[in-house]
Design a protein around this ligand. Sequence first.
Ligand SMILES: Nc1ncnc2c1ncn2[C@@H]1O[C@H](COP(=O)(O)OP(=O)(O)OP(=O)(O)O)[C@@H](O)[C@H]1O
Length: 871
Amino acid sequence: MVPSTLIHDRYRLLELIGRGGMGEVWRAHDESLGRRVAVKCLKPLAQRGDAAFLRVVRERFRREARVAASLQHKGVTVVHDFGDDEGLLYLVMELLEGRNLSQLLEESKRQPLPVSEVLDVAEQVSAALAYTHAQGVVHRDLKPANVMRTADGTVKICDFGIARLAHDIGFTAKLTGTGIAMGTPHYMSPEQIAGTAVDHRSDLYSFGCVLYELATGAPPFTGGDAWSVLVGHRDVPPEPPRSHRPELPAPLEEVVSWLLSKAPEERPDDAADLSARLAAARACLPARSAGPAAYAGSMGPADSAGRAISAGSPAFVGQAAGELAGWGGAAAREALLAWEDPAVRGGRRPGDVGADDARDGEAATEGPAPGPVTGPAEAAPLWMPGWARGMGGGLPAHGLLARRTPPWVGAEPSGLSGQWAGGGPAWPPTADEAPAAVAVSGGGPRALSAAPRARSTEPRALSAEPRTPGASSCAAPADPPPVPAHPPHAAHPPGAAHLSGAAHLPGAALLPGGAHPPGAAHPSHAAHPPAGARPSGGAHLPGPIHPPNSGDPSCGAHLPGPIHPPNAALPPDGAHPPAAAHPSHAAHPSAGARPSGSAHLPGPVHAPNSGDPSCRAHLPGAAHPSGAVHSPDGAQPPGAVPPSNTALPPGGAQPPGGAHLPAGARPALLAVLASRHSAGESLGRLGCWGEAYEAHAAVAAERYELLGACHPDTLTSRLAAGHALGRLGRWEEAWELCHGVALDRARIFGDEHPHTLSARDESAGCLRRLGRAAEAVELSRDLVAARTRVSGPAAPATLRALSGLGAGLGCLGRWEEALDMHRHVSSLRHRVLGPADPETLASRNEEAHCLERLGRGEEAARVYRALALRS
Ligand SMILES: Nc1ncnc2c1ncn2[C@@H]1O[C@H](COP(=O)(O)OP(=O)(O)OP(=O)(O)O)[C@@H](O)[C@H]1O
């Protein structure tokens, strides 16, 4: 948009106030009523060219705007009007003259606010939330940028309803059924991160994060990268605010900690419940600051003479330090003054979880912070993760500075002020792109070539055990997988190779305590994929990949080494000559000795439940780790597990790695990996596919090392890495990974196990994307048959397979057949899931698309119209 634009012949845009993920906010003039207003223009969506989808969005916008307009509370921004001006969705609000809390923090150089102001904001926001929650309205994206403080000190929450709209359309939660909200990572509740049900208590958690930031200067979790923030919310108890600022009144700390309870049921049930404690906190204030903060202008705290002062100014520090003297004495006063010290400000900030210097460096290379550079230039990059800048969390929202576009809007050309251009994945994914609870696409062998995260970068305070197994889609098993810790290298007879973990030599019993029989292969070989071994990876399953006591049928006690691929050039009994034990002389088959990735047929490799004897019998690392490729020249080809962690040191010394951890460390490390996996999932849901990929690849590599290539968890991670790569558009690699995992799972679980089928689903999707439609159709037909046998003809998974088949037929130009398929699916979904279910709507949409392609425009339009009404 440009200044002077007249919207709906009524609202003249005057000046851009700011820009967020959803659109731009303008100071405007209502020419009809002759008053100043704020107009939020949503970013245009039309370029997506999906008429039905746009209708759905418009309808949702209207619905949410109506809800927002119905809210009447002095703590909620008034919505006067909304509309659709030739495709431009806009919202007219009262014009708030003031600053949002993010701006206030930036302007105060991220100094914490004086306590009286924190309390003032707490009281006003809790009153507003108590009201809106009583109306049944959940904000879902509460953050400092969405809370305005006006010149007279009134605090108002913005964006009710609009945040929900963003949630609905931005990340297709409704369309895929994943239930994930588009939230701001620094303020996201654990349940938003987990993608589970979100209610008003999620707002209370976000509110706790906001208060934490106001009180300490930083949100509770601000790690050096995305996963550490997400893992922090999910698993790490926040550091008590008073550990950062001892002078905070204890009741205020209690309120913040209560709000930040991980489990919703442990939070207050009602924001009104906070009032007593907030009053108690206010009672702790010295008399002169016990009342509501005085405001002079809109810039922040006022000095004793009522002049506006900058929070970073000496006057501000003096004032706040004066408060401290009342509660915490000289030490507290010093603590606050220390914030002024550049050395303190440049170091770790409250809530940092695991941001090591290397990561900080990485973050710093991502470009200049989009926020106003009001603080010391060196401070922000050191503790604010680069990815978060692009996501708007806790960052200035006043939009006059560059801001990275969220991935979901990146694909659309801007129709506003030209600031939103950028590439991004196609959006939203269709239902068949998201067959599992978390959408799956593909990934590539290179998924595993990323070096694993240095352990030093892991959250320092991660709990040793998974907090709520099963709560996330890939929680660690309550008990670690049955992989005994490897005894110290010294325990092995000289020259003897070692069996890794619980792997068994054919005919050889595993010695108690994981002792290794002489002659067993060295575990490091598991990490040295032989020639021709192929990678796997891909689909992202919504839960632990293996049942709780995952008796891996083919790998026995979780072979820590590679899986033997079919047709591998191995001795029939699977035993390997001693020479093969060391990677440097391993008897890697030549590249031609086994089928390369593309030579594998995408169907079953072994009979169902065959208990793949090769998998059980082969020594770990012997010849064929399924998860890796070893090129003849020894270079790690795409998909190989990073060699850095796996190289066998000269002289046969044990390589560093999980297999050599002290036994007690293993469960903790596995739990950390599970958390990191979940964080990767959350990143994916947030559209950060590059980072999701890195997280999954790193976890895959570490699981490979700890658990072996054919452990179900390793495969899950590899599949997830593949999925992320697919979302990055690297379909060839995605297919390699998905296909490989499908093969491995077929061996481990059997051909018709749901996990196997999920991976094959993904393979089919990749094939379609690669234009290998005939193969995709063939695979989809097999899948439909298998899903029907396993789950029944109307099971959601079967319907997704059918939908994939329809999509493949469409790719082949067989639109009539595709239409039949989609109609069949939508009628079943209609019956099973209901007419308004997103999956039902998605298949109706496919139907309409087929009709269009068949030149049956009127019928297509009818379906689109029905869809728009339905939504
Ligand atoms: N009614 C209003 N009056 C004045 N300024 C407003 C009003 N509503 C929002 N703003 C300001 O406009 C700017 C942009 O707001 P917007 O809601 O688009 O972005 P955001 O909340 O920072 O990000 P996102 O939309 O991604 O959550 C912010 O600085 C916000 O404080």
